[in-house]
Design a protein around this ligand. Sequence first.
Ligand code: ATP
Ligand code: MG
Length: 286
Amino acid sequence: MQSTLKIAVQKSGRLYDGSMKLLKECGIEISNGNNQLRVIAANFPVEVFFLRDDDIPEYVQDAVADIGFVGENVVRESNKQTDTIEQLGFGKCRLSIAVPKSGIFQSIHDLNGKKIATSYPTILSGFLRENNITASIHEISGSVEIAPRIGLADAICDLVSSGSTLFTNELKEIETILFSEAVLISNKGLSAEKKTILDSLLFRIRSVKKARNNKYVLLNAPNDKLETICNLLPGMRSPTILPLAEPGWSSVHSVIHEADFWNVIEQLKANGAQGILIIPIEKIII
Ligand code: ATP
Ligand code: MG
């Protein structure tokens, strides 16, 4: 029988949707309609285990699962022996130290001798040690942001994405300890057969990630501005140029990286490009 790659995914919570969407975009059909804890894919040799995110690093270390999709923050905190193979591009957040807005603390050095509440004692203690700060750590498993208001701690160290929870609780961020996103972790002793399946999955994941970070652009350019416009658009190799039926004009096709997008579009327009269409890309295979 062909072996399957066992993937651990968060059962419910902030990483569930991103993980399922990624598998779907990789063409892997997982139907979890009955809220099962283990589902075998219909068209790819993987099975998915749905677990609490905190348990994923240990299960991957112990080969209960071969790989897992989990927050880098959880991987770092759990300190298990796994390999981090790929950043997955979702579940972005940061682990930060925050203090009451109205208080006297301005920097982490004001926290010497104070008490910090967190669910991340390992990462926090490492950070305090590196920065020569002697604060005590009060470990709590949830609702960390209310700790200062109820007199449980002077500061907190917690995950932040938009910052709205901090704002509502009248806290301000004074230091970021870690930037985190979902990552793919792997067991260290995968068999050759499982490695082959993982390579094939990684090939799909990388194609999906590249496509997400790029847009297809299609525009009409006056021929006398073609060279300038093409220099703005590197494309995968170089842009594709086709003559339009209207004399003096060409149609230009290319790919733009998300990060350069608005800047490039403005320059294209300024150089006479018209009828600019931006189209999402589903996969990029290089
Ligand atoms: P579980 O029940 O599986 O233990 P949980 O309550 O510990 O879930 P979630 O709140 O669902 O965890 O968060 C899962 C992960 O989502 C976090 O570990 C982190 O990597 C990521 N994440 C992204 N943004 C945030 C945020 N603003 N707050 C908390 N986690 C975030
Ligand atoms: Mg958890």
